[in-house]
Design a protein. Structure first.
Length: 317
C-alpha cells in the first residue's frame, strides 16, 4: 500500500484545520442525519485503512503528500474496496473523499483535485420490489398477531406500500403529521426540514389501518409508530427493518423495507400513473431515479395510491 506520511509541519500549526472543520460543517449543515453519518463513516473507513486517527489526519496527509501520491493511494484503496463492497458503495466512498479534497482547496491548503477511475455502474438496480400477491401475504401474516401489534404493523406496511415511505421516514413520523380526515400526511423527506414538507395523499385503506392503530396507541401527540409499552417511544429504524424482515420470513419472503417502497413506485407506473406524478409522490429530486423504476418494469394526485389501495383490499382489515 502506498503510505501517506504526516509530519509536524507548518500545516499543523496553521489555522487551516479550523477553516476546514467550518467548511465541513457548512457543507453538511442542510444534510440529513443519515447523510452526515454516511460521510463521516466513509472518511473514517479510509482513515482506518491508512492507519490514521480521523478526518483531520487524512486531510493533513493529503496536503503533505500531494496529488500524485494521493491519487496512487486512492487507486489502491479502490482495489481494496472492490473485495468488500459493490460499485455503488465505492462511488459513494470516493465522492466523500473528493468532497474533502474540494474543501481543502477552498481552505487554501491544496490546489489540485482527485483524479481516479471509478468502477462502472452496474446494470440498473432491481427496483421491482415485491408483487401484489407477496404484499398481501405479508399483510396476512401481520394481521395474525395480537391486536395491537397487528394494528401497528399493518399500518406501517401500508404506509410503505401506499405512500412509498422510506424506513427513516416511518421512524420519524409524528401523529400530528397526519390529517386523516382528508387523507393526507406531511413528510419532509431527505435533507429537508419540516417547514419544507410535502403533503402526500394516503388512501382510504391506509387511513382505516391508521385509525385502528391509533385506538391502541392513543391520540396523544408524538411518534406515530411506537413500541408496545406504556412509554410509547418511537420504533427505531432498526426495529422497522427487523419487523418487516421477520414478517417477511414468516410469509416465506426474503425482503427489506425499501422493497415495499419499490412496490409503490413500480405498481403506480404499471397502473398508468404518469412518470412526473410518480416522481413527485416518491420525492425523487432527479427524474432519472424514477425512470429506473419505469425501465425495470418492461402527484400529488391521489389516483396512484388509490390504485394500490384497491390491490390490497382486506376483509376486516
Amino acid at each position: 500500500m502506498t503510505a501517506l506520511t504526516t509530519t509536524a509541519s507548518s500545516l499543523a500549526t496553521d489555522d487551516w484545520t479550523a477553516r476546514l472543520r467550518s467548511l465541513i460543517d457548512l457543507e453538511l449543515a442542510e444534510k440529513s442525519v443519515d447523510t452526515k453519518r454516511a460521510y463521516e463513516g466513509d472518511v473514517r473507513d479510509l482513515a482506518g485503512w491508512l492507519k490514521l486517527v480521523d478526518t483531520m489526519a487524512v486531510a493533513q496527509a493529503f496536503a503533505e503528500n500531494g496529488q500524485a501520491k494521493t491519487n496512487l493511494m486512492l487507486r489502491e484503496y479502490i482495489v481494496h474496496l472492490k473485495t468488500r463492497i459493490g460499485s455503488a458503495a465505492i462511488r459513494r466512498r470516493i465522492a466523500a473523499i473528493k468532497m474533502l479534497v474540494k474543501l481543502l482547496r477552498m481552505s487554501g491548503v491544496v490546489t489540485w483535485t482527485v483524479d481516479v477511475t471509478l468502477p462502472k455502474r452496474r446494470s440498473l438496480p432491481d427496483t421491482t420490489g415485491v408483487s401484489t400477491e407477496e404484499v398481501n401475504r405479508l399483510l396476512t401474516v401481520a394481521e395474525q398477531q395480537t391486536p395491537a401489534k397487528a394494528a401497528r404493523d399493518v399500518a406501517m406496511i401500508r404506509l410503505a406500500c401506499t405512500a412509498g415511505m422510506r424506513r427513516f421516514e416511518l421512524w420519524k413520523l409524528q401523529l400530528e403529521d397526519f390529517d386523516l380526515e382528508h387523507g393526507r400526511v406531511s413528510i419532509a423527506g431527505k435533507d429537508r426540514e419540516k417547514d419544507d414538507a410535502d403533503i402526500l395523499p394516503i388512501p382510504e385503506g391506509t387511513v382505516a389501518a391508521l385509525r385502528r392503530w391509533i385506538k391502541h396507541r392513543g391520540d396523544a401527540p408524538g411518534p406515530m409508530l411506537t413500541v408496545l409499552c406504556k412509554r410509547r417511544t418511537a420504533l427505531t429504524r432498526s426495529a422497522v427493518y427487523y419487523l418487516v424482515t421477520t414478517l417477511g420470513t414468516k410469509a416465506g419472503l426474503t425482503l427489506h423495507p425499501h422493497q415495499l417502497r419499490h412496490f409503490f413506485g413500480t405498481t403506480m407506473l404499471s397502473e398508468g400513473v404518469p412518470l412526473r406524478d410518480v416522481q413527485k409522490l416518491m420525492r425523487h429530486k432527479d427524474a432519472r431515479t424514477t425512470e429506473v423504476y419505469d425501465d425495470n418494469r418492461r402527484v400529488r394526485d391521489s389516483a396512484g395510491p388509490r390504485k394500490i389501495d384497491a390491490l390490497l383490499k382486506r376483509e376486516g382489515y
